[in-house]
Design a protein around this ligand. Structure first.
Ligand SMILES: *Cc1c(COP(=O)(O)O)cnc(C)c1O
Length: 388
């Protein structure tokens, strides 16, 4: 039988990693010792005290029933407390916080609440693919905001035509940024707020990497800008901060109306996050943050090894102040996919072609610091032997 797929599935971009996955599998079965810098998934385990809290909470039958749609009150209060301590921002746990089953879930559902067929969303590129795809699933169109090195990988708001801005309902931004590793400062967020006010646009800030930063650098929240709450919401994840990608827990905070709209969609699709996981999330947010500092130190050591190696072969990526990604320019004359294939075939190193995150990512590959320092040293040794 052949089942006709819905248009939205036919509209999905081709799977760019297919060829890489095939090559990788081939090399592994041929016995090659493959080093995987391809996936943005922490290799370190979830801290002990968080696992223990889940174990206790899983035993409690009060947690076995359906959770509350918008999240457990204790978790939302805990999020508000973390926001106050970390960013100095006050939130109403009842109206301005929503528990998510991972932040990807919330990002993917948001357009269903605010995008009608034919509406526009302003979407960065290269980017986490969810922004564009979720817009498309809601029947909307993306207006691409290219992120280029000359503009520090920030969208150039002046380049957005006024008629496009007037039609746009949503703008997605993400700092510290995946895949470029770029960070944003107060001035940028202020410009975004002014722009959103002028054109009546909802700002959706994906802040998954605010805690993964180096050398004492503290990324700020969009909500620290006075008035930001009038136009936007911010998405956070426990995935990267506490090595909890498999647990599926995150949250959205900010404008009560936007939070309410997203909650309305969610209550008709899912039935909330497992309460035991929310209790473990409370343990993460309220417990000692030493595990976060340790995580930052580990990535910083790995980063130094990789940066030294890439600089020694003349590639000179920007030094990221946050995230666990290095956005590495390709050697002269090689496209993203050509360099990715060369690294894989000649050095057994898996990376992600920048063009896979959107056309403006052409000319780069993304390397994730998700293997040990020793493995990164090994990767660097192999890269030095390539003639590039
Ligand atoms: C990893 C990541 C997320 C987090 O996803 P979860 O669903 O919370 O695991 C969100 N946005 C970006 C850009 C990411 O890289």
């Amino acid at each position: 039988m052949a089942f006709a797929k819905a248009e939205r599935l036919k509209l999905l971009p081709p799977y760019l990693f297919q060829e890489i996955d095939r090559l990788k599998a081939e090399l592994i079965s041929a016995g090659v010792d493959v080093i995987n810098l391809g996936v943005g998934d922490p290799d370190l385990p979830t801290p002990r005290h968080i696992i223990q809290r889940l174990q206790e909470a899983a035993e409690d039958k009060a947690n076995h029933q359906y959770p509350s749609y918008s999240g457990m009150n204790d978790f939302k209060v805990s999020v508000a407390g973390w926001y106050r301590r970390r960013f100095g921002v006050e939130l109403d746990p009842e109206r301005e916080v929503l528990t998510l089953i991972g932040s990807k879930e919330g990002l993917a559902h948001l357009p269903l609440a605010f995008i009608d067929p034919g509406d526009l969303a302003l979407v960065p590129s290269p980017a986490y693919p969810v922004y564009h795809i979720a817009t498309m699933f809601a029947g909307g169109h993306s207006h691409i905001m290219p992120l280029v090195r000359e503009n520090h990988f920030l969208p150039d708001l002046n380049a957005i035509p006024a008629d496009v801005a007037r039609q746009a309902r949503l703008m997605f931004i993400n700092y510290p940024n995946n895949p470029t590793g770029a960070t944003a400062e107060r001035g940028f967020y202020e410009r975004v707020l002014d722009f959103a006010r002028e054109f009546d646009i909802i700002v959706c800030h994906d802040a998954a990497y605010t805690e993964m930063a180096f050398g004492g650098y503290k990324p700020m929240s969009f909500l620290e800008i006075p008035g930001a709450r009038d136009v936007g919401i911010e998405f956070h994840s426990l995935s990267k901060t506490y090595n909890m990608t498999g647990w599926r827990i995150g949250f959205a905070v900010g404008n009560a109306e936007i939070i309410g709209g997203l909650g309305q969609i969610k209550s008709n699709i899912d039935s909330g996050a497992f309460n035991a996981v929310q209790w473990a999330g409370i343990a993460a947010l309220e417990g000692s943050q030493d595990c976060v500092v340790e995580m930052q130190n580990i990535y910083r050591e790995r980063l130094e090894v990789l940066m030294d190696g890439l600089n020694s072969v003349g590639l000179y990526p920007d030094v990221p102040k946050a995230t666990f990604y290095v956005w590495c320019p390709t050697p002269a004359g090689l496209s993203s996919t050509e360099f990715t294939s060369l690294l894989l075939k000649e050095a057994g190193i898996v990376t992600t072609p920048g063009s896979g995150f959107g056309e403006p990512g052409e000319g780069y590959v993304r390397m994730a610091l998700t293997v040990s320092k020793e493995r990164i040293e090994e990767a660097v040794g192999r890269i030095r032997k390539l003639s590039i």
